[in-house]
Design a protein. Sequence first.
Length: 299
Amino acid sequence: MGTKKNKSRKSRSSLGPSKSSRVVIITGLSGSGKTVALRTVEDLNFFCVDNLPVSLISSLISKISVHSGGGDIGIGIDIREKEFLSDIETVLNMLRKKQSIEVLFLEAETDVLIRRFKETRRPHPLGGDLEEAIRKERESLDVFKQNADRVIDTSSLSPHQLRKLISSLYLPKSSRKEMSVSLISFGFKYGIPQNVDLLFDVRFLPNPHFVTVLKELDGTHRKVAEYVLRHPETREFIRKIKNLLNFLLPLYAREGKSYLSVGIGCTGGKHRSPAIVEEIARTIKSDFAELNVIHRDIS
């Protein structure tokens, strides 16, 4: 994942900011999915410009205001434009006084970023040793992260899952549900997903890993799901989780929360937690949320 440099991907004479318009600044670590995010909001009819220095954002907004009648804007910012880091807090505060501005910061774990760069065979924008470049970029962008309105860790997300998540966050209010909820299955042995709001441990449940005919299958397989779900403690746990979520979601939505991440973990993230996530996703009330299912540790 990455960003394209100095490329305006779409221009429409009917677009421009108004009081109800949004300006979303998309930035973050190289390889974290900024291009995917920017293209996604473009598909939602945002006017999008990639790799624009912060110092030029105000001028861009003013020009669009003069020449068009209203609309949302997506702006991608790249580490290669060094000037955008200077006095970033002052620039953002000035912009927020004039316009509805949201800063979306994307990040990922270092080992995930290294793997993505190696898979695509692309050099890091800062060059040199890859791990050191990621460390320097993370350090340089920390001020931007501290001023972000929304931080998303994409370590466990595929490009398709990231597109779905970004779409659920930036769809027009008239066409989206009140809240987007991600149900994430994972294995504690591989670490807890970052930025989860609610975390549940299901390692107390009987483990299909020790059943020979089930060991090589995963929790999305019917036989594994049947094994996990047939136990009374599993059914009771799922009932309580569903009741809790159905209680919490409308309350979070009422307070303006638009995204909730729920992590459910077992030892390896292969059997119990995926089966439970699938069952909760299948039966939970959908009146309050857009549901995204992510099985982080199923390859």
